[in-house]
Design a protein. Sequence first.
Length: 125
Amino acid sequence: MAVMAGFAAMQYGYNYSRASHSQLGTWENTQSNNAKNRAIEGYEKLFNKRYTATRSTTGYAYVLTEIVEDKDNKGGGLVGLNLNSGEAEHQVLLKMKDPDYDVDELEGRIFNVKDKKEITAYSVR
C-alpha cells in the first residue's frame, strides 16, 4: 500500500510539473492535468478496494495450541477461531513449539518462518 501511495505521488508530481510548465489551455497542459487526475483516481480505487475488502472480512483470532490430526501428525499449530460464531474453523499443523508466524487474514494465508531461513505459506480458506 505504501509503495502504491509513493508511486501515485510520483506520477502526480511529474504530471503536476508538466502541467505547471505548459501554457494553460494547450493540449500538453490538458493531457498533463488529466494524467494527474488519473493518478489520484487510480490510487483512490486501490485504497477503496483494500478498505472494502478489509471491512468485509469476518474476523478470526489465531491461537497457538497442540494439534493432533492422527498418531503421526501432531504438534504445535494454529487454530483459527471465527470471532462472529466462536467456532474453530481453520487449523494449521506447524509441528513447532514456538513458531514465528504472521497471518494475512485478507488473503487467507499464514506465513511461518523456520530457522530464519525458510518461509512457508499455508492457505486457511
